[in-house]
Design a protein around this ligand. Sequence first.
Ligand code: HEM
Length: 471
Amino acid sequence: FKTQNQGKYKNFPPGPKPLPIIGNVFSLDMSKPHKTFMELSKTYGPVFSVQIGMAKTVVLCGYEAVKDALINHADSFSDRPYAPVTEKFAKNNGVVFSNGENWKVMRRFTISTLRDYGMGRKTIENKIIEEAECLVQKFKSYKGKPFNNLNSINAAVANIIVAILLSHRFDYEDPTILKLMAVVNENARLLGSPWIRLYNSFPLLMRWLPGAHRTVAGNRREFQDFIRATFTKYKKNLDVNDQRNLIDAFLAKQQEENEESTQYYHNDNLTVLVGDLFGAGIETTSATLRWGLLLMIKYPEIQKKVQNEIDKVIGTAQPLMEHKKKMPYVNAVIQEFQRFGDVLSKVTPRVASRDTTLKGYFIPKGTRIIPVLHSIHKDKEYFEKPHEFYPEHFLDSQGNFKMSETFIPFSTGKRSCPGENLVKMELFLFFTSILQNFTLKASPGAKLDLTPALGTTNSPRPFEICAISRN
Ligand code: HEM
């Protein structure tokens, strides 16, 4: 028995035998599909096929196959596929799930405004520094007693996006930010659930059933209502000569009233774009930072070395981006907790926008493509101890920081993460500020579990820390 495509095309990538209609759905670990993909690639090689419901899907494992698709064949594999759960709210608006000219315009706008309000200027560094100080004060308030850091880390990271979007800061206990975070986090968890994967495969069948797809839709409506209410407020006070944030920049484009502004800078695009930046930027960055804290508790000797380097290079001064290049060990630790945490084990799905031959296999237009980052970051060919936390992966024998071409947590190519530079700034400034001020310890008797929680992102399971003041 062959899949529809294996039968139809001579060189379609091989894969396990699918059942009629449901395909391979029940042989996949639907909560963490990358685990099944790793197993299958042992049998079928780096480019193989699975059938998820009716969707023909090609999975790419290993650096060579992923790079070949995302860089060498960027023109064929840069679109996102149709998926019922995203189509319903995005309708080709925003940046994460749109294609064609709309994606190009929104991506260009996102990158340039993140640069203006988020990266190039010194101001965002100052924003992160201010926020890091608030986070340190929050940690201090527990006076060394155990606490769960989830809400404060989420809110600190969210505040950076909020600053770029709205020039605003929420207090960590502010009900608005707590509500927004709850909605965004619940959706991040549900979007990775087996139920949503089934909904994407069999939308007509499941549309009428209650379940997670309805919760996701309700959360999105709630979130979008908040955004609409907020930018309506901003529109009233807009001064095009003094644009303060991303929403102002968008509304200023809207007021140009030329062809581009009416076609692309409309309210639906703004609502979805703002939702995209919240959805793509908070859970991922927060989970990465929390991996860092958890791993410092688990490996106190590594934590000590981090603190030694902070004390030597920064001392008691304010951590700044200019310190980063003088801190090889801290840089290696940050990249290593990003690699180990494996927050996004797969690139957001792509689709073949035309017939293409990849690594000798024929991939017809319309095939879904899943590049598996986990397969790269846990490959012992590139990382000596792939399943251990080992900062030496990014250090040479002299202790200098060592870049690695095969470290691509932000993906690569035309559609790679536009938040990369912002994230690097946040990870460095938040992480060094915390460890400059505290020694982190596990709460007494806690079992430190390094297996990730369920959900689209691999985030750490909830854990408590004690932040013991160092001064
Ligand atoms: C640790 C944190 C983060 C990680 C690991 C991460 C990783 C990724 C990855 C793997 C993709 C898919 C790229 C592809 O299809 O090739 C992506 C897309 C994206 N990310 Fe991030 N990201 C992070 C934080 C952020 C932040 C803070 C922002 C916003 C300020 C952001 C905005 C986006 C957007 C808008 C896209 C869609 C790009 C497109 O489709 O053109 N991300 N990210």
